[in-house]
Design a protein around this ligand. Structure first.
Ligand code: G3D
Ligand code: MG
Length: 175
């Protein structure tokens, strides 16, 4: 068994469900500290994934980042991100563009950080406005090495799988 510590960041527009996804994944077993100066939440959780110990440090922005230096600190040393949009708000998918650019700019990693694109709030969607094809096109046009998954923080659908995908992507990159 290996032991990993992953600092990851949650990115995406306000109200897409970043905090809800984090809370749903973490259940009761986490510690959380609000870093008021940064407008960010920092939470910590121990898990086991694929027979490895994975300790998560999950960073969650509160509100909209006002300052560049906040973004810099937020992304510094991050090893992966969940890029979250709301499937009922196509505009929040368009925004992922600039969010991913921020991550690229500030992560100070020489290579791209692994990302999983998360379409949240599937419970609210009657039909499929953003087909997998659309996401595929988005990912390819940005030359991203990103996986894609749809979730509902409300029902819990795929929440664990989103983190699982990200953990595997991070581990794969290290190897
Ligand atoms: P944010 O952290 O990205 O800003 P939040 O988003 O987690 O605060 O969620 C914003 C609102 O969306 C919240 O509603 C929350 O309950 C709701 N929400 C988050 N995920 C889902 C989901 O999967 N399904 C549904 N139906 N709602 C979701 P309120 O009303 O509390 O502001
Ligand atoms: Mg939030």
């Amino acid at each position: 068994m290996n032991k990993y510590l992953f600092k990851i960041v949650l990115i995406g527009d306000g109200a897409v469900g970043k905090t809800s996804i984090r809370r749903r994944y973490m259940g009761e077993g986490f510690r959380s500290d609000f870093l008021a100066t940064m407008g960010a939440d920092f939470a910590y959780l121990k898990t086991e994934i694929d027979e490895d110990f994975v300790d998560w440090q999950i960073w969650d922005l509160a509100g909209q980042p006002a300052f560049r230096n906040v973004m810099k600190a937020y992304f510094k040393g991050s090893m992966g991100c969940l890029a979250i949009y709301d499937v009922t708000q196509p505009r929040s998918l368009d925004s992922l563009d600039s969010w991913i650019e921020e991550a690229r700019l500030h992560s100070q990693s020489s290579t791209e950080i692994p990302a999983v694109i998360v379409g949240n709030k599937t419970d609210l969607r009657a039909e499929v406005p953003n087909s997998i094809k659309t996401i595929d096109g988005f990912v390819k046009s940005k030359a991203l090495k990103a996986d894609f998954i749809e979730t509902s923080a409300k029902t819990g659908e795929n929440i664990e799988n989103a983190f699982l995908k990200l953990a595997r992507a991070i581990i794969q990159k290290r190897e």
